[in-house]
Design a binder for this molecule. Structure first.
Ligand code: GLC
Length: 421
């Protein structure tokens, strides 16, 4: 049966589900990377206590790319198995037809107080298909202790990062710390590489793959130079294993004390600073570097909660979504897990700023984050991103030069555009 085959790929993660002899009132799929699952479970439990309803929490693959294909299978089969899904900021256009308009249940002011760009992003053909759960932007983590020891400031350009990373890595290795690496990031061929590579390209002045009007722009020399520079890191300041790293592998290396720099999302802050972390108290966070004429670029990420149109309990599901996206939960997740609020007022909250100082210091980075081209490419976004991360991975692996890769990709996307957007 359908239910068995798909549900077996999901992990029933909720302690809440144990002990319910009967089916729960709702099933939510949330949590993957870092502390997301735990924070989701805690929020769900608080709602259960408040309302008396029962909810199963199921988790899904860590990789955003794998998660998307699983959700597409579930939704295109009109399955009633999952009422609420955690959806990526780049998915509303891809999934909108399968999702409930939350304004129907939560009212026209459902999005009030949230960053308007995210509400706009989640509104497809006038329908609010998801509520913002948290926002994300790429940041640069560095070992403040090592930079100080070797007499460096945090780098402003990619060239500076490369040099500082190499110097400290090699000196540390000579001092017997032979597992030290200069820079770790997300280099596996998946959505996370699209996010990293968009930052490299945009911060070299090479654009955003496809521009806001839907024109393919990737075939340019700045984009080629950005990919070539990244390829030069492999085997120098970055381990070749980085070609298979997602967020969590990169965090593992950095948190274990074995990297000078890391590109990651804000969630890694709370874990790096947690008890038992090798780097607790030694970490700085700043904006990502740039090169040449470009300026620092952070890819906009983030996750939203959506209700499936096939839910048999859609109204109740929307109420749980409103609770989980509400102020109390956003504040708790910001303080405990460094998940960026989408409610503007929480960026002035003293407790939030004390727990995560860079939410204040890097506020501009968060509000000016660069969107992946999901809006202009609509339901072709998945293919656009796949083409971009595959081309990037080819360059990182040494199979193509930056120039070859961006000109092939330009042709491929131009062909795709003719048929799709
Ligand atoms: C983070 C971001 C998400 C992005 C993913 C890629 O989870 O919030 O938007 O797609 O990383 O790995």
């Amino acid at each position: 049966m359908f239910k068995k085959s798909l549900i077996s790929t999901l992990v029933v993660a909720g302690a809440a589900s144990l002990g319910h002899a009967q089916a729960a009132d709702l099933t939510i799929s949330c949590g993957a990377v870092g502390a997301e699952l735990q924070l989701c479970q805690q929020g769900v439990r608080a709602w259960e206590e408040q309302t008396g309803h029962s909810v199963d929490v199921v988790s899904t693959p860590n990789s955003s790319t794998e998660r998307l294909s699983l959700y597409q299978q579930i939704l295109s089969a009109n399955s009633t198995d999952i009422d609420i899904m955690q959806i990526d900021v780049v998915w509303p256009g891809l999934l909108a037809n399968h999702l409930l308009d939350l304004r129907e249940v939560l009212g026209d002011d459902a999005g009030e107080g949230h960053f308007s760009a995210i509400i706009e992003n989640n509104t497809i053909d006038g329908r609010l298909v998801a509520m913002p759960w948290f926002t994300d932007a790429g940041v640069l983590y560095y070992r403040a202790d090592l930079l100080e020891q070797y007499g460096h400031e945090a780098p402003e350009t990619w060239e500076e990062l490369t040099e500082i990373a190499r110097e400290i890595q090699n000196a540390e290795r000579e001092a017997g710390n032979d597992r030290m690496h200069g820079f770790v990031f997300q280099g596996r061929a998946y959505e996370g590489l699209t996010c990293n590579a968009l930052e490299w390209v945009a911060s070299h002045g090479g654009g955003t793959i496809v521009d806001a009007d839907g024109e393919v722009t990737i075939g340019n020399s700045e984009a080629a130079a950005a990919l070539d520079l990244a390829a030069s890191w492999i085997g120098d300041i970055s381990p070749s294993g980085v070609l298979n790293y997602t967020e969590e592998e990169a965090r593992g290396v950095f948190q274990g004390g074995n990297a000078v720099f890391m590109r990651n999302w804000p969630y890694a802050w709370a874990l790096a600073q947690s008890e038992g972390s090798e780097v607790r108290g030694k970490v700085g966070v700043t904006q990502l570097p740039h090169s040449g004429e470009g300026s620092s670029a952070a890819t906009l990420g983030g996750w939203n909660l959506a209700v499936s149109r096939y839910s048999e309990n859609a109204e109740l599901a929307a109420e749980l979504v409103a609770f989980l996206a509400g102020e109390q939960e956003q504040k708790r997740r910001a303080i405990e897990g460094a998940y960026n609020p989408t409610l503007e007022s929480l960026y002035q909250d003293d407790e939030v700023l004390a727990a995560v100082p860079f939410f204040g210091e890097l506020y501009d980075t968060f509000v000016n984050a660069v969107a992946r081209p999901s809006a202009p490419t609509g339901d072709a976004y998945g293919r656009v991103s796949n083409a971009f991360f595959s081309a990037t991975h080819d360059v990182l692996s040494g199979n193509k030069s930056g120039e070859e890769a961006v000109s092939d990709l330009d042709r491929e996307l131009t062909r795709l555009k003719r048929r799709n957007w």
